[in-house]
Design a binder for this molecule. Sequence first.
Ligand code: NDP
Length: 286
Amino acid sequence: MAAHIFDGKALAQRIRVDIEKDVAILYEKTGVRPGLAAILVGDDPASAIYVRNKKMACDKAGLVAHEHRLSANTTQEELLALIQKINADPAIHGILVQLPLPPHIDNRVVLEAIAPHKDVDGFHPYNMGRLVEGDPVFVPCTPKGIMAMLDAIESSIEGAQAVVLGRSTIVGKPMALLLLHRHATVTICHSRTRDLSSVCRQADIVIAAIGKPHFITAEMIKKGAIVIDVGINRLDDGALVGDVDFESVKTQAGWLSPVPGGVGPMTIAMLLQNTLESAQRAVGWR
Ligand code: NDP
């Protein structure tokens, strides 16, 4: 039997409708609208599209998004000065710095400059530490969205064998922690993992976040497994594909998330949710 294809766009839309309602209630009772500042440095076209999509999603849900577009030769000091200014602005509840930054700017210094209580991407070491402890404030948007997908599937996470491919700070590691906190048995794979196929074949849940088109094939998947494709890869012909070989894996998996239309829309919905939660905290509702 072919896999169920997970409609991330539809779930994200349902979540966004709930967010819109909660934003309206917050505004009605307190006069506060959740504010998000998005900072884009340089002219990377993909980053520009991500920031534009995030702003459009904010506008639709009633959040206020402020875009700060800085030239590629912006100095680190100038960027840090802008972040300090936004940190102090009470109308802003969430700050995101779109990655990647130009090579002359140190990601780490910049991400650490964001006030932890406005760090809606959840990348600040304080928020990462809280996540490690199992008591998170902001959970990084992509892994948070994937947990919402797994819950929507009503998959049994407790006791499941989960394999996370990729160990980045923004996807792989927080993903593994979230699964661990829900009592999955988690294996994290990376570029040095030996016999990746046999590790993957043990998994009830596979999360692919490596950035290699069509890397995961049916032979690597246990019959009926849940396969979540995080990868976003642009092919030479312009097509957008994930890390999973969709056509072969759909014959083997129980559930499969497509690219596009799977994890991507969920990531944006979770950014809105984190910003709303931050504004609710600012008025003492949380
Ligand atoms: P990174 O490049 O930071 O990390 C990639 C990871 O994949 C690394 O841990 C790397 O291992 C591992 N890897 C690379 N090649 C292999 C291989 N052959 N076998 C096993 N592991 C391998 O990427 P990100 O985590 O930032 O992103 C991953 C993908 O997800 C990208 O395609 C990105 O565009 C996409 N993405 C999608 C989002 C969405 O909203 N849908 C959000 C964020 C990212 P090692 O550590 O050993 O180098």
